[in-house]
Design a protein around this ligand. Sequence first.
Ligand code: ACM
Length: 623
Amino acid sequence: MKRVLLFALTAVVLLMFSSCKSNKKQPVMNVIPLPNHYYYHKQGNFVLNANSRILVGDNPQTLKTGRYLAAFLKQYGFTLPVKNVNKVDGVENDIVLRILDNKKDIQPEGYRLKVNSGNISIVSVDGAGLFYGVQTLIQLLPDSMLTSKPEEINIPGWRITDSPRFHYRGMHLDVGRHFFPVKFIKQYLDMMAMYKFNTFHWHLTEDQGWRIEIKKYPKLTEIGAWRDSTLVGKYSNRPQKWDGKRYGGFYTQEQIREVVKYAADRHITIIPEIEMPGHSLAALAAYPELACTPGPFRPATLWGVFPDIYCPREKTFEFLENVLTEVMELFPGKYIHIGGDEAPKERWKESKLCQQLIKKNGLKNEEELQSYFVARIEKFLNAHGRQLIGWDEILEGGLSPGATVMSWRGIEGGIAAARAGHDAIMTPGNYCYFDHYQAGPQGEPIAIGGMTTLKEVYNYEPVPEDLNKKEAKHILGAQGNVWTEYMPTPEKVEYMVLPRMAALAEVDWTDPDKKSWKSFQRRINNHFKRYKAFGWNYCPGTYNIAFSVQKDADSTTFQVKMETEIYQAAIRYTTDGSDPVLQSPQYEKPLHLAKGTTLKAAIFKNGKLEGYINTKVVGEDLK
Ligand code: ACM
C-alpha cells in the first residue's frame, strides 16, 4: 500500500516537474471583473491572423455582437469577415459566436468561452451573455496589440464559464451640475460595457440645469438648461468666486434616442432620473407656477440644496405626468427614477395648500406629504407599466407599494427596504460615491470631499450582514454614483471613475469567495495600459501610506504596520526625522518603535519617489 502511495506521489511530482519545464507556462488572467470559473488548458492556443473569421449563428444577436467584435479588431489592423457558421465549410482559425437556448449549464447573462487551437468558441443563452463573452475575449487579447500593430497574436487556452453575481450592475452620471456631450456619454457607455455593467442611471435634471428636451414644455431647456455663472473652486472657499459665464446645454430627444440605442447595443438599460420634489430649481425657473412661492427663480449658481421645490398642487402633477409621458416614450426600460432626495420641507410648512392637503388626506407631517406625492407618481408610472425608483428618503413618510430604494445615506435604507419586501440598490456614500477623493486629498485635483480608495470600493460587500436569505434577495446589486459639481470636463470624470468603476464591477460580478485584492491590484495595473491606449485619464492610486499602530504587549514600544495600494511599490522609511531616500531601509515587516518616534515613509517605484512623504508620530493618538 505504502509503495503504491510512493509511486503515486512520484508520478505527481514528475508530472509537476514536466509541466514546469514546459515552455507553455500558465499565462496570467487579466480580465476584470474576474470570471467566476476558469482554467488554462495548455493544448489550446489560438492564433488570430489575417485568415481568421468571425462566424455567427442564426440568432440576429450573434450577428450584431460579431460585428461589434469585428469593429473592435479592425481598429488594430485585423479586418475579419463576419459569416454565418452554417454557410461556410468547416471551422478553421475562426471565432465562433453562438446563442443556444438549450444550454442548461450556462446562466442568463453568462457565457462559456473556449480557446482551442483551431478556434475560439463563445456560447451563451442570451444576447447579453454573448456580448460579455466578447468583452472577456477582448480583455484576453494582449494589451501590446493596442499600441503596436502585430501581424498575428496568440491567445492562450483559457476555458471560462462565467455569469454575474448580481443582475443590477450600475453606474450613474450627473449631467446637471456639468453637462457632457453625447460623444462622452457614448464613451462612458463603452467604459461600462468593458466592465460588464448593465445599467446607466442618467441624472438628467438638477437645480443647476435641466438637460432633457421636453416638447410640451420648451422653457425647460430654453430657460432651465442655462445658468448665469458657475462657482469657481471649492464651495467652502471664502469669499466664494464665480466665473460670470453663462453655462449649460441639453440633449434633444433625437440625441436621447441615439444614446438609448447605443446603450442597448451594449446591453445597457438606461434609467432616466427626473428629480422631484427637490433639486428642481431649474424647472421652477422655467415654470415658477409649479413652486409654492411666486418666484422668480433662476437655475442655481451654487452647489447644495435649495428651499424652493415643487408644490404638490394639481397643476404640478399634470406637469410631471406630461414630462414623464415624454420620458417614458424615450426610455423603454422598466424603471423610472424620480429622485426624492434632499427635499427641504420649509416651503411646504409655510404653504396653505400643503397644510390643507395634509389635513384632507389624514397625513401626519410634510414627510408623509412627500410620500403622498411619490405614491401619486408611482400610480401613474405603474399605470404605464413602469416601476419607480427613488433615493432612500422616499422611505421617510412610508414607502409606496412597489418602489425600489436606492440606499445612499449608508446601508440602512437598503436594509429597511429589503425587510419591508422591497427591492434595493446599494450606493452607500462610503463605498460607491466616486465624487470623493481617492488618493489624497494631498496631490489630487479638487473633489467634493470624503475619501474612498480603490481598495475600499473593492472590498465593499453589497449584501448587509443583518439580512436573512430571503431579505438578501431584494438587494439587486450596487451602483457607483458620479456627482459632477467638481468635474467640469470628461477628463475629470474619467479620472474620478477610473479605476474605481473597475473595482465596483468586480463587486457586482464576481462571487465574494473568488475575489482577491492582491490579484485585482495586479490586473488593474495591467488595465492602466489599456486606459492609456484608449486615451482615458485615470487615477494611478493613492500615495497615502496606511499606518496601523498598536501598543506592543508587555512593552513600551508600539507595533507599526504600513501598507500601500500602489502595485509593486516599495515603502522606504526613516525614524530620525530625515526625509526618506532611495537608500533608506525598505519596509518588510512590522516595526517596533518608541512612543514619539517620527516615522517618515514614502513610496518608491522604479527607483523613484512617487507622490509625497507621509509622516506619523508613533503613538500620538494612542494611550
Ligand atoms: C444624493 O447623493 N443626494 C442622492
